[in-house]
Design a protein around this ligand. Structure first.
Ligand code: HEC
Length: 136
C-alpha cells in the first residue's frame, strides 16, 4: 500500500544534497561580508584599544591611590575627627602644590616629605585628578 516508488530519492541522499546547498550559502556570506567586516573592525579596534588603555590606566591610578589609604582612608575619605587629613575632594592644583612642597622640603612634614619623593609628576597628576574626583 505504502510502497515507495523506485525513482524517489532515499532520505539519505536528499539530506545530503540539502546540506551541501546550505554549506554553499554559509561560505558565500562571509565572502561578501568580508569588506564590511574589515571596515567595521578597522573602525572598532582603535576604540577598543583606547578603552582597554583607559581601563588599565584607571586601574594603575587606583593602585597608586590605594597606597595612601592606610593613612588617608579609602579613596581619601577619613572619619570625621581623624588625626590625618582626608584627600577626597581636594582641588587638584592644591594637591599638586602640596606634593611638590613635600618633595622639595618646603612644607614641613613627618612622613609626606619622604613619601612624595616616590612619585613622578605624571603619577602626582593622576593622583590629584583621582582624589579631586573622589567625594568626601
Ligand atoms: C604613613 C601614613 C601616610 C601615608 C601612607 C600617606 N600619607 Fe599623606 N599625609 C600623612 C601625614 C602624617 C600628613 C600630614 C603631613 C606630614 O606630617 O607628613 C599627610 C599629608 C598629606 C597631604 C596634605 C593634605 C592637606 O590637606 O594639606 C597630601 C596631599 C598627602 N598627604 C598625599 C598623600 C598621598 C597622595 C599618599 C599616597 C600616595 C599619601 N599621602 C600617603 C601621612 C601619610
Amino acid at each position: 500500500m505504502t510502497s515507495r516508488s523506485p525513482s524517489r530519492p532515499s532520505r539519505h541522499s536528499s539530506k545530503r544534497s540539502s546540506r551541501r546547498s546550505r554549506t554553499g550559502l554559509a561560505w558565500a556570506l562571509p565572502l561578501w561580508a568580508l569588506p564590511i567586516c574589515a571596515v567595521l573592525a578597522a573602525n572598532a579596534l582603535p576604540t577598543l584599544a583606547h578603552a582597554q588603555n583607559a581601563d588599565a590606566q584607571a586601574l594603575r591610578t587606583r593602585a597608586l591611590a590605594a597606597t595612601c589609604a592606610q593613612c588617608h582612608g579609602t579613596d581619601g575619605r577619613v572619619a570625621s575627627g581623624a588625626a590625618l587629613p582626608g584627600l577626597a575632594g581636594l582641588p587638584a592644583p592644591y594637591f599638586t602644590e602640596q606634593m611638590a612642597a613635600f618633595k622639595a622640603g618646603a612644607r614641613p612634614a613627618t612622613v609626606m616629605h619622604q613619601l612624595a619623593k616616590g612619585f613622578n609628576d605624571a603619577q602626582i597628576a593622576q593622583l590629584a585628578a583621582y582624589f579631586a574626583a573622589s567625594s568626601q
